[in-house]
Ligand binder design. Structure first.
Ligand SMILES: Nc1ncnc2c1ncn2[C@@H]1O[C@H](COP(=O)(O)OP(=O)(O)OP(=O)(O)O)[C@@H](O)[C@H]1O
Length: 525
């Protein structure tokens, strides 16, 4: 907590306001506003200032429109429209804009207006609340915002205009917009962009856009510090700038894993409120060359084939995944391979899940401060014919698969969960499909699925194709699949994946376990 906030914590305000036409006693103490009705029916409401986005004077002209009250200045003229400037002593109300949790992990901006006959009371409350909000230094004020007009249903710009811009304006966030013109635009821009006047980066797009942003940011940080990113052993520092993702893609897995929903206003409000969590990123190297960093999952076999095929049908929008998925599912191909992993001592098959205030992630954040992630552990090797091999960095939950392929995966525990789907018959594949859409059952309970928690792993396909050195060139080799790395095709099959614990700070508060979800803060007695 900053000093300013600390001082404000000690101030106490107490007054009586008219709220929603009811006389209420209002208290402000220790960062929380409480108002309760003076008469029956008794209601009590609490609002932590950590959830308040902005406080504004209500202009007398606005009040005159709704209340028939005409505000005049000292010369008897109507008051000016400048709400944010120093108040003339005539304001009789202020409005609080705040973020409130609703259902299904969604958040919405709400308002409450407090009316008082004495303008000095209004001025004093507004000043106190503004001072408190100014002390919340973790809130971004100047953002660099990448908008991908191509991802998902190609509605990136519309999402910005209709759902993002109005919220940023209320919160006083100055956003510099970059509309991406081509693949890798966001990544390349971040390699040279001046970070002098920004305190956060956000993007409107899907997992691919988010991946471009953090790949650019990590590479830029490594470059600025003279760290060789091609060195698989390199210890990378966490960039100072935090990153937020506003869903505008097809699956939006990362947004879902951060907020428990792919709802746009929720993601925007999480950015505005400025709380953040550490996210592990995985580096993917081949022959001492960095291919990329990923945040959700790297998948060889079925999902690699689906992605490779679906790119040809991008005109179908998100439906392309269903079309290619059906084709590849019916093909039921198996791929020979060998995985060697450095096992973690925790199990990926048991909870708890990674809710907000996750103890496991907090523990790893503290460990990261004191020492580098421990690398001791047992190496294990698995060989076989696989329908699919996955390295899940997060649960990979999404609207279609609310449990994800790795329900107990954590955002920031320095581990990747390896899920091996053995090649089997079509009936078992159908069981797998059903299991992936289940709300409470896990895929690894199926007898042909194994899960292992690791801190790093290597994979080689069998037979091993001769590396061409050019990792971006499409090469179709019989009996060999490709990797689906955060939704991008990775042609090089043999690779080493290492987890970098909490390498990125992302804007989110996380989301609570269902039974602990906050409901209405207004209690009636
Ligand atoms: N103007 C553009 N034209 C073509 N491609 C673009 C443009 N801007 C960005 N891209 C590329 O679009 C790709 C797909 O975007 P994104 O991943 O955000 O959407 P998606 O694939 O529909 O969603 P998801 O990854 O959530 O399934 C990104 O990898 C990015 O490189």
């Amino acid at each position: 907590m900053t000093d300013a906030v600390g001082q404000m914590c000690d101030s106490v305000l107490l007054s009586t306001f008219l709220i929603r036409k009811k006389k209420c006693r209002v208290y402000f103490h220790r960062g929380t506003l409480i108002w309760e009705t003076e008469g029956a029916p008794y209601t009590r409401s609490t609002l932590p200032l950590a959830d308040v986005v902005a406080v504004n004077y209500v202009h007398e002209q606005d009040r005159s429109l709704c209340c028939g009250f005409q505000g005049l200045d000292d010369e008897g003229k109507p008051l000016s429209a400048d709400l944010a400037s120093t108040p003339p002593p005539r304001h009789h109300a202020f409005v609080l804009h705040y973020a409130a949790p609703t259902t299904k992990n969604r958040w919405r901006l709400q308002t409450v207006t407090l009316n008082h006959t004495d303008p000095r009371q209004i001025a004093s409350w507004v000043k106190t609340i503004r001072n408190y909000l100014a002390g919340l230094t973790t809130r971004p004020k100047r953002l660099l915002l990448f908008v991908n007009p191509y991802g998902g249903k190609q509605k990136g710009m519309k999402i910005y205009e209709k759902q993002v811009k109005p919220l940023f304006e209320i919160a006083g966030i100055d956003a510099k917009i970059v509309v991406t013109q081509r693949p890798n635009h966001a990544r390349d821009a971040l390699l040279t962009f001046s970070f002098d006047n920004i305190d956060g980066i956000a993007c409107i797009g899907g997992d691919g856009t988010f991946a471009e942003v953090f790949n650019g940011l990590i590479l830029r940080t490594a470059k600025d510090l003279g760290i060789d990113h091609n060195d698989p052993e390199a210890r990378l520092p966490t960039p100072e700038l935090r990153v937020g993702v506003i869903p505008g893609g097809s699956t939006d897995t990362m947004a879902y894993c951060f907020h428990g929903t792919t709802d746009v206003p929720t993601a925007v409000l999480h950015i505005i409120l400025g709380d953040s969590r550490g996210l592990d990123l995985c580096s993917v190297h081949s022959n001492a060359t960095l291919l990329r960093y990923y945040s959700s999952v790297i998948s060889y076999g079925f999902l690699g084939d689906v992605l490779r095929d679906s790119e040809k049908f991008r005109w179908m929008g998100p439906k392309r995944y269903e079309y290619s998925g059906f084709k590849k599912f019916m093909a039921n191909k198996g791929y020979e391979g060998e995985i060697t992993l450095l096992a973690d001592n925790s199990s990926a098959a048991v909870g708890p899940k990674c809710w907000s205030n996750c103890e496991r992630c907090d523990m790893h954040r503290e460990m990261k401060k004191t020492k580098d992630a421990q690398q001791e552990g047992e190496w294990k090797t698995f060989r076989g014919k696989f329908f699919m091999v996955n390295g899940a960095n997060v649960s990979c939950a999404c609207t279609r698969s609310p449990n994800g392929i790795s329900p107990f995966s954590h955002l920031g525990d320095g581990c990747v969960d390896i899920i091996l789907f053995k090649h089997t018959n079509m009936l078992n594949n159908f069981r797998l499909l059903l299991r992936l859409t289940s709300k409470d059952k896990a895929v690894f309970d199926l007898p042909f699925v194994e899960i292992h928690r690791a801190r790093e792993f290597t994979f080689r396909s069998l037979p091993t194709p001769v590396s061409q050195g050019d990792f971006s060139t499409p090469r179709l080799i019989p009996g060999v699949s490709v990797w689906n790395c955060d939704g991008e095709v990775q042609w090089e099959t043999n690779m080493r994946v290492r987890v970098h614990c909490q390498l990125l700070q992302v804007f989110t508060r996380g989301f609570p376990e269902a039974e602990q979800r906050q409901g209405c803060r207004m209690c009636c007695f």
